[in-house]
Design a protein around this ligand. Structure first.
Ligand code: FRU
Length: 483
């Protein structure tokens, strides 16, 4: 592409695939992420949306319905198979969400410290615009999961009515901190799974018999540990099979580049400028004046060593965002055939406040495309931004649970935790719509993507907004639900 005046060119990425086991980590570079501002309108009136409509989530109405009156609902995923198909089980659609008690005396921003995995079910032939999701309660019995807080993951239907729930077992050590919301002793985090049974009858869906196994802890060599950084991220497992490597099960997850906090040095490759680019930054200057070395997000990869998926080993990260952003959360791999060739889309969510010095982007979902699970990934739309909440990127970044600039677009935190489903349907949860706090699922939107370009489909639903919490299924297992 031709450069935007005043901005550098993005990095050249070949999309070439490598063996999943080799030490090649694709970089989301500063030159790539600078395209977010290159594609943003510098001249909007303060507080308007400055991003292209192609990557802007339509505005959620302020009078959105609550999905459930007793629990806040945020990160959500469907019952899937190994190929990201969404499974209707004996006539029921089933989804899993992080939930927290709305009546326990803590606020919405303290939900992370009190998170449990809950589940909902709804008849597969229900009208998504009218029929509510039925709340099934907590998935696991109290005090049975590994850790004392359950964070995000994914759920796979296995043979014989078994399910494997892959989740983040986070352990907080300080009750006061859980109530106050942060600032206390850093939590531990491990990736775990629970193997259990799913049951369905005419009344709905239940689960039982969960057996929990610890799968992975950060090693400090590929993935940062708590000892290296109290603010480390190690979470959000998502498993899948790759047709290019039959018989193997892979997992992507959120990590950080290993090493002691503050010791990382940004490299020329992290910056990713083309030679002679007049708008390139100098690596030495970035390393001495910006603080960008504190932002070291990665998307991790692991592979299962046995059929029971109880033993895993780490592979090098498939993506790093060193000196660009500190969090690449809830990664997913979505394989799509384009012109007879499998294209691997990596989607991951990120925040505006986790960007490195000199970088600016919205809360939303980011995408990368390549020819394999491990590729020299090309950021979608050249920038990586696939879909963000309406934001005036000309104003400084805010934090969703901190003070927000009165001038800023009131919908900058309208939605987060975007989860890409078959057909480009994107699910998320409502966080803050112009001051009204959420804790409920957003209207589903649709993005069309091919050739590394994504575009919000404004012909979907009402001006681009589909039904609230629309997570349809595309594969039926166990019959039509006639009991
Ligand atoms: C995304 C997220 C996940 C984490 C969960 C904790 O919204 O930060 O990475 O598992 O929320 O609430």
């Amino acid at each position: 592409p031709a450069p935007t005046p005043g901005f550098p060119l993005p990095t050249v990425h070949t999309q070439e695939a490598f063996d999943p086991a080799v030490a090649f980590t694709s970089k989301w570079t500063r030159a790539d992420a600078k395209q977010i501002m290159a594609q943003s309108n510098p001249n909007v009136a303060p507080g308007q949306n400055s991003m292209s409509p192609n990557v802007t989530m339509p505005e959620i109405p302020k009078d959105f319905p609550a999905m459930n009156d007793d629990v806040w609902v945020w990160d959500t995923w469907s019952l899937t198979d190994q190929n990201a198909n969404q499974i209707s089980y004996k006539g029921w659609d089933v989804i899993f969400s992080l939930v927290a008690d709305r009546h326990a005396g803590y606020g919405f921003d303290q939900r992370h410290w009190n998170a449990r995995i809950g589940y909902f079910f709804r008849k597969t032939n229900a009208d998504p615009a009218k029929d509510k999701w039925n709340y099934g309660g907590h998935l696991f019995l109290d005090n049975t999961s590994i850790g004392n807080t359950e964070w995000s993951g994914s759920t796979r239907l296995m043979q014989g009515d078994h399910v494997n729930v892959f989740y983040t077992a986070t352990t907080f050590y300080d009750r006061a901190e859980r109530n106050a919301g942060g600032g206390g002793i850093a939590p531990d985090a491990v990736i775990a799974k629970a193997l259990g049974n799913i049951h369905a009858d005419q009344n709905g869906v239940t689960f039982d018999g969960f057996q929990h196994t610890k799968l992975l802890e950060p090693d400090g060599k590929l993935y940062q540990t708590k000892a290296q950084n109290a603010g480390f991220a190690f979470r959000d497992p998502y498993t899948f099979e790759d047709p290019a490597h039959p018989g193997q099960t892979f997992m992507v997850f959120e990590g950080n580049t290993a090493g002691n906090r503050g010791s990382y040095k940004c490299t020329d490759a992290d910056l990713g400028y083309q030679q002679g680019d007049p708008h390139a930054e100098n690596t030495n200057t970035v390393n001495t004046t910006t603080g960008s070395w504190f932002q070291t997000a990665s998307v991790g990869l692991a592979v299962a060593d046995n059929k029971d998926l109880t033993q895993w080993h780490f592979l090098p990260p498939i993506l790093s965002a060193n000196c660009v952003n500190d969090q690449t959360e809830r990664p997913q791999i979505f394989i799509q055939n384009e012109n007879g060739k499998n294209k691997y889309y990596l989607f991951t969510i990120s925040h505006q406040f986790t960007y490195a010095d000199g970088m600016r982007g919205p809360d939303g979902v980011y995408g990368f495309v390549g020819n394999g699970v491990r590729s020299d990934f090309q950021p979608v739309n050249n920038s990586g931004l696939a879909l963000g909440s309406p934001t005036d990127l000309n104003l400084p970044a805010n934090n969703p649970s901190g003070t927000q600039s009165a001038q800023q677009n009131g919908r900058q935190f309208q939605a987060y935790s975007h989860y890409v489903q078959p057909g480009g349907l994107v699910q998320s949860f409502i966080d803050n719509v112009d001051g009204v706090r959420g804790g409920s699922l957003s209207p589903t939107v649709k993005i069309n993507f091919a050739g590394g370009v994504t575009q919000v489909d404004r012909s979907f639903g009402k001006n681009g907004l589909g039904p609230f919490g629309y997570l349809p299924t595309n594969v039926r297992v166990g019959g039509e639900g006639l009991y």
